[in-house]
Design a protein around this ligand. Sequence first.
Ligand SMILES: Nc1nc2ncc(COP(=O)(O)O)nc2c(=O)[nH]1
Length: 538
Amino acid sequence: FDLPIYSDEIKTNTDDKWNKAFLAFGSNLGDRFQNIQLAIEILEKNPQITVNQVSSLFESEPMYFTNQDLFMNGCIEVGTNLKPLELLKVCKEIEYKNLKRVKDIENGPRTIDLDIIMYLNGDNEQVLLNDSELTIPHVRMLERSFVLEPLCELVPFDLVHPLSCEPLTTHLSQIYSKGHLEDQLWKLIPLPTINGHNRFLKFKSIEKFDDFTGKTTIVSQSPSYMMCVLNTTPDSFSDGNEFYHILDKQLIRVQHMYDEGLKLHDSIIIDIGGCSTRPNSEQIEEEIELQRTIPLIKAIRNRKDWEQEKIIISIDTYRAQVARKAIEAGVDMINDISGGTFDATMFDVVAKHPNVSYVLSHTRGDISNMVHMAKYDDDQLESGDDLTKEFMFYQRFPSKTGTNVIRSIAREVTDRYSLAILKNVRRWQLMIDPGLGFAKNGKNNLQVIRHLSLLKNYSKFTKDGQYVNFRNLPILVGPSRKSFIGKITDEPDASKRDFATGSAVTSCIGFGADIIRIHDYTNCSKAIRMADAIYKGV
Ligand SMILES: Nc1nc2ncc(COP(=O)(O)O)nc2c(=O)[nH]1
């Protein structure tokens, strides 16, 4: 590893290489999410700073001074030609001038706290600084899961702390291994505010020692979310209902989803689809897709007798303009089976709405040819060049163990992820879907389900040297009534596959899924509940 250098040795920034700094933010006063977004916006507007990437958002218990509200935390990687003390000045201005922070109790409530955690010079060498105003690396970073967890999303998993020479991931595991409840974090996915309620999807993961691999992996420990399919298309392969175009009938169906779903879950996700994504299905015009979906979204949002904050609406569309209009009508989530590949402007729409979440799904080709693209051979995975070397907790096991499919999916989704972040989509908006049935045959689908946990633990360096990992990104899976279930259970009628879907749902949760997309919300909600109790102990 590179020996750290001292701040007065930092080269003047006459050369074209900018320095890199990692900042940690925390807020527990006022509108935490808004405060954080404002702080990031001010950093982005500073000509001497670039915001390279922002971590997920986490909710954490207050440390040191415990009698205060929960914090919202995260980390930011910035590029800068400012020296440490100059950067500190900018952070202080954001805290005290822009966000009016008032420091009356040490470690007390604050609108925003913006700390410099680590600083690397233009040659990527760690910088040490021991000044009366600023110490780098931050003196308390190694005792804080709310700093190390988001930071480990942004830095290579073998990056060491310049003083301990231990990887940051090791320090984080040491915190978790103490088993202190206050160190456990909730991962938050922001949703649009409704009736004054700030809404978030919330996920908790823990690190668990895996006897099979001898490694520590990240496993989900929070209740799974149920995403109920509400197709408004006559030809959807699994529930082309005859009422697809009658609004009142659809609302009766929503009422039933609401009643059934909220018996066992705190909130339900209703996934409205106006254009079938079944392989080789006819793709209707955008105008018809809008007619089938927008009035229904508005009608759901107009129902005052429902607790709107508990109804999370997603739109199953790969069209950016449909997504935009659905967001204006009250949608919280964009469920795009194409991972932004069918419409090049989709990520631009998602980036404009940082409080709307986006399901980044894997597929290949398009609706008409994806069935011919289910080729996941091993060779390409072994021939990855150095920069795309894949770091996985299972890396010691040959891909012949059937991990070749999930590794291909992870590699291809990584490229989509990188493009989304480049277009200013925030990591906190994203969840991942391996796309069962999309450019995958029956055998592939089973391998994907079996190796879902790899997706949670996947990381790699992209060809241009960017490090990406999927730590803390929720996994959404849609096995419901799909043809691979029909083939295995010899059931040609999709609407009769719900019992078998229940067992697929249980397996998906057992292998690490966080959100399950299903049709039979009455029975599958029970399968989800049982699987959560068995596999997650929740
Ligand atoms: N995120 C996500 N969305 C989806 N939308 C449609 C279908 C096709 O199933 P349907 O035609 O029964 O809705 N499958 C998925 C899926 O697996 N994941």
